[in-house]
Write a protein that binds this ligand. Structure first.
Ligand code: DGL
Length: 271
């Protein structure tokens, strides 16, 4: 047993989709969450910038004595994993790409899949590689959705929001044209607007939530290391962000369905 917290990070609100899944699956686990709201969005950044930013996030979480780190950000996972592994100094790191790709490969019936993701994740080709390892004949359509994260971080999450609707319709176009039966929400922010995305796709399209998918991998990894927490206790929850604390707490609570007990704003450049 290991009762230390799990570290989780994202560029902002997106990783809360993994938090929601973690709290549901393992309410006894303690965690420390960091949303790098001062530097969001990550999706328009270069691999070198992402390695630098992700390194700060890893060092912040290590300073909280975490037992494992869930990189609840597809953009960091796809662009900066090697750099993060070096920074983590042996602390287990779990990314989101492989778990989501495996769930999608198991769900597709036609072998036609699509990935909605940030520009940096699409540019990396990480999802295509992960899916083709499992399904060599798969047809994968990857669509960059650069306007979605700024809209979500700005609180434009209502399915009736005209800017959100217009953007989602545009990004869903190539997915419908390709006839994909399974779509990976390859950015952890996107499940926050899942209803809008679902409405823009062909009925019956399977949607894969990358944050939720990775929680299964995280818990399996902890179990294999005999490092799950104390199932008889309630886990503690701690949140940090690097800018716009009030917005982060308000939008986050709306998504989670509960208030964050404690949120602190920190200067991530110090780590
Ligand atoms: N939620 C993150 C991801 O999964 C980052 C999005 C962004 O900041 O552009 O890719």
């Amino acid at each position: 047993m290991d009762t230390r917290p799990i570290g989780i990070f994202d560029s902002g609100l997106g990783g809360l989709t993994a938090v929601r899944a973690l709290v549901k699956a393992a309410p006894w686990e303690s965690f420390v969450y960091f949303g790098d709201t001062a530097n969001a969005p990550y999706g328009d950044k270069s691999p070198a910038e992402l390695a630098e930013l992700s390194g700060h996030n890893i060092r912040l979480l290590l300073a909280q004595d975490v037992k494992a780190i869930l990189v609840a950000c597809n953009t960091s996972t796809s662009n900066a994993m090697d750099a993060m592994v070096r920074q983590a100094r042996g602390t287990p790191l779990i990314g989101v790409i492989n778990a989501a790709a495996a769930e999608a490969a198991a769900a597709t019936k036609t072998g036609k899949l699509a990935v909605l993701a940030t520009a940096a994740t699409v540019r990396s080709g990480a999802y295509e590689r992960a899916i083709r390892e499992m399904l060599p004949e798969a047809e994968v359509t990857a669509v960059a959705c650069p306007r979605l994260v700024p809209l979500i971080e700005g609180g434009h999450t209502d399915p009736a929001d005209p800017e959100l609707c217009g953007s989602v319709q545009e990004y869903a176009g190539p997915v419908r044209a390709a006839g994909a039966d399974t779509v990976i929400l390859g950015c952890t922010h996107y499940p926050i607007v899942k209803a809008s995305i679902e409405a823009a796709l062909a009925p019956g399209t399977a949607l894969i939530d990358s944050g939720a998918a990775s929680v299964g991998t995280l818990l399996a990894e902890l179990a294999a290391r005999d490092a799950l927490g104390d199932k008889k206790s309630a886990g503690s929850r701690r949140f940090f962000c690097s800018a716009r604390l009030a917005d982060f707490a308000r939008h986050g609570a709306a998504f989670l369905g509960w208030q964050m007990e404690r949120v602190d704003q920190i200067d991530i450049g110090r780590f």
